[in-house]
Ligand binder design. Structure first.
Ligand code: ZN
Length: 387
């Protein structure tokens, strides 16, 4: 069975060889999908016959969003902490331990149900590729369990045993890092593609982060880092030094950090939902883009600092609060996320790419930022199948 997405008013391909500008825009287009892949792209007038047809009726179509940073496997919520923060209490990251306690106490099925519900919520909003981290287990068994559950939902799973030092290791960070690098990594690696560290004051310093990421890379995992979120630090430079796929947050950057990102293959992944939800200063996306760095947008969906699964919301924030153009934000939320996961088969629409696309209830991609908070995702095609 194949499917023709027909009468597309504006098609974002992210393939500049195919259309206009960096988004590779085509007008009056059609896309044929077959066996889960894009089989043909061209003018609607030239479209081949197909078994089934999805009439876009002049609306915009873009690649499905690639959310390269989420923490979906957890129990409980932290709405009260959010309310306290909005009343003036600062965000410190310490609330992670609250979620760790709730997650450890939950059954496998409770975690599986909660994570699956969030994955569905994201998919309905057009997220066709999602990365999911562990990091609320922080014991050998609980981290392995979180990754097994995440793996049921995505291939892009990330071992984040180095989220915070758990309470039972208070004052013994070296011992906890040894646990991560030994038994925890051995239990996690079979279920993970990536390894990540929260490199921040109050979490893990650069020496610990380097040790953890290096041993993870030796075990075959790709590196990514939570870096420079709450203050300046060594995280971004470490990410570049280790050829990490992505340095995530990038809120407090020195000129040297920006230069290092711009001259590397490490993507700067910005998570404006976190700044929104912690009422913090946004990262300077313009400075990164103008320096030539590759920028991705992701949700950071987690119960503490960014409880949104909405990539359209992040696009709107990026445009309004971080001075990205709508085209830059849409690229960063699709092709940028794919770069941050070192994927070339998603975040783009070209023959051979995975058939992941969204139909907007709008005539152009501009509306994602222009109409914030409005449910504009009218149809989602995932792996060639219309939801
Ligand atoms: Zn995160």
């Amino acid at each position: 069975m194949n499917l023709l997405v027909d009468r597309i008013g504006e098609l974002v391909t992210n393939d500049p060889a195919r259309g206009r500008g960096p988004l590779g825009l085509l007008r009056d287009a059609a896309v044929l999908v077959e066996d889960g892949r894009v089989a043909w792209i061209g003018r609607a007038a030239d479209a081949p016959a197909a078994d089934r047809r999805l009439d876009a009726d002049g609306r915009a179509v873009l690649p499905g969003f690639v959310d390269s940073h989420s923490h979906l496997v957890f129990a409980g919520d932290r709405a009260a902490e959010f309310a306290a923060r909005m009343a003036g209490e600062p965000y410190t990251g310490g609330g992670i331990r609250t979620t760790v306690a709730a997650t450890r106490a939950a059954s496998d099925d409770e975690l599986r149900f909660a994570a699956g519900r969030l994955r569905e919520e994201a998919l309905r909003q057009g997220t066709t590729t999602i990365e999911i981290k562990s990091g609320y287990g922080l014991s050998v068994a609980d981290e392995a369990r979180a990754l097994r559950i995440a793996r049921e939902l995505t291939d892009e799973t990330t071992f984040l045993g180095a989220h915070v030092v758990p309470a039972e290791y208070a004052g013994r960070a070296d011992d906890y890092v040894s646990l991560i690098c030994g038994p925890m990594l051995r239990a996690a690696a079979p279920h993970a593609r990536w390894i990540d560290v929260f490199c921040e004051r109050g979490a893990f310093d650069a020496d610990h982060a380097r040790a953890i990421l290096t041993v993870g890379q030796a075990a075959g995992l790709g590196a990514r880092i939570h870096a420079n979120q709450l203050g300046p630090g060594d995280g971004v430079r470490l990410a570049v030094e280790l050829d990490a796929a992505s340095a995530d947050h990038c809120t407090h950057l020195s000129d040297a950090d920006v230069d290092a990102l711009a001259s590397s293959a490490t993507v700067a992944t910005l998570l404006p939902g976190a700044e929104f939800s912690t009422r913090s200063r946004y990262p300077d996306a313009r400075r990164l883009l103008d320096a030539g760095a590759t920028v991705a947008l992701a949700t950071d969906c987690n119960p503490g600092s960014s409880y949104t699964s909405s990539m359209p919301f992040c696009v709107a924030l990026a445009v309004r609060e971080m001075r990205m153009t709508p085209a830059e934000a849409v690229w960063a939320a699709t092709a940028g996320g794919a770069r941050a996961l070192r994927r070339d088969d998603v975040g783009v629409l070209r023959p051979g790419a995975r058939a992941d696309l969204v139909v907007l209830d709008a005539p152009s991609h501009l509306h994602l930022a222009y109409r914030p908070g409005v449910p504009l995702i009218s149809d989602v095609v995932h792996n060639g199948v219309k939801l």
